[in-house]
Design a protein around this ligand. Structure first.
Ligand code: PLP
Length: 399
């Protein structure tokens, strides 16, 4: 792994990465090493954040590092790390990091679609997608939507330029067959992007399933500590990546070096966090399944869930989010207030469990008692006990 040609820290970031281990490694091993530069004596294993608006640049304009809106060595290492985890062993894959998940989502949709094109979106996707839809339509781009479940987007692909998939969908947790949809979209000449936020790259690898772009909010499970916003786009092909990079340069939605470095640091524990959180989500879902006041319980990892057959085929893990509905708004609010180990907060994928009544935002078509629950990394028995205790207390409050 040592490579003397690889200088340290800032200057090293643009060098060719060291060869991967000369033997197969597992995803946990990959996660702890992802994106690290080759070891250099007296240099740190993960170089610290590089704070620079500009870089010394005498004479001709030559890369890799010139101006801080275009490139930064801390991004380079993080982009390499995310690419290794999203598409292990795949050549030609290129990753571009952004200031937030929405910056990454918008970069794909707004840089690829032109006036007169047709874009297919899910109608049950992330709550900011309808805003983006309005923007696309204002630019003369036609938008068609269909639900995620049942691969319903297949029915509206005719003549499309781009298919946007979100699976599992947030917050409904429906799942669609990425490979099937990607094949049908490619047959129409459309590009395919998958929002991989909920699954994380350890739970699902869209590029292997045929997508051209895997896009995600790194704010959620990828970084998992609820202390930063980040987004990324992983592209199957360098030409597509060049278009995404160009968009980032124009729009300037760049991550700060500190956020990029914190994100990279967090990747080392991605497998540890994800496995615990997925197991906790399943434990919570199983506990909820036995409760009479709980309706509409969804978790793709539950064998009886409508999403399970497809999820089991294309996912390696089912995510940390469980959704369910309590009888009414007041019941849901009593439940949230009675939890001790689960914070009432939005977002998901963090090491501390959170839950919220999703209807309070007004964006998602969900019942008033609908709860989106994000399982953290607590001890499973503590978390399940807290949920059951809060359900008891919320139920007693109604009597
Ligand atoms: C949160 C989220 C986004 C947006 O990410 P931000 O980092 O908040 O901008 C996009 N897609 C999904 C599925 C999300 O959950």
């Amino acid at each position: 792994m040592t490579d003397d040609r690889e200088p340290a820290a800032a200057a090293g970031a643009a060098e060719t990465p060291p060869d991967a281990a000369p033997f197969a490694i597992g995803e946990g091993t990959r996660a702890v090493r992802a994106g690290l530069p080759a070891p250099v004596k007296n240099e740190p294993p993960l170089p610290g954040p590089v704070f620079a608006a500009h870089f010394h640049l005498p004479g001709d304009v030559e890369g890799p590092y010139t101006y801080g809106r275009d490139t930064n060595p801390t991004w380079t290492l993080l982009e390499r790390a995310i690419g290794e985890i999203e598409a292990p062993g795949r050549d030609g894959v290129d990753t571009v990091v952004f200031a937030s998940g929405m910056a990454a989502v918008s970069a794909v949709l707004l840089s690829q679609a032109r006036t007169g094109d047709t874009v297919v979106l899910p109608d049950d996707g992330y709550q900011a997608l309808p805003l983006l839809r309005e923007q696309l339509e204002a630019y003369g781009i036609r938008v068609r939507t269909a639900p995620t479940g049942g691969d319903a987007q297949l029915g509206v692909l005719g003549g499309a330029r781009l298919l946007w998939i979100e699976t599992p969908s947030n917050p409904g947790l429906d799942v669609c067959d990425i490979r099937r949809l990607a094949e049908a979209a490619h047959a129409e000449g459309a590009l395919v992007a998958v929002d991989n936020t909920l699954a994380t790259p350890l739970g699902q690898r869209p590029l292997e399933l045929g997508a051209d772009f895997s896009v995600a909010s790194g704010t959620k499970g990828l970084t998992g500590h609820g202390d930063l916003l980040l987004g990324y786009v992983v592209c199957r092909d360098p030409e597509l990546a060049a278009g995404i990079r160009r968009w980032r340069k124009i729009i300037g939605a760049i991550p700060g070096p500190m956020e990029a470095w914190l994100a990279h640091r967090s990747l080392a524990t991605l497998q540890l966090r994800a496995r615990r959180q997925w197991a906790n989500a399943l434990a919570v879902a199983e506990a909820l399944a036995g409760r009479g006041e709980v309706a509409g319980l969804r978790y793709p990892g539950l064998p009886g869930d409508p999403s399970h057959p497809t999820a089991a085929r294309q996912m390696q893990g089912f995510g940390s989010v469980v959704s369910f509905t309590l009888p009414d708004r007041a019941h849901a609010e009593r439940f949230l207030a009675a939890l001790h180990l689960v914070e009432d907060a939005t977002s998901f994928g963090g090491v501390r469990s959170t839950a919220e009544r999703r209807g309070r935002w007004g964006g998602d078509p969900v019942p008033e008692g609908f709860i989106r629950f994000s399982a953290g990394a607590e001890d499973p028995e503590d978390l399940v006990a807290d949920v059951l205790r809060a359900l008891d207390s919320a139920g007693a409050g109604a009597a």
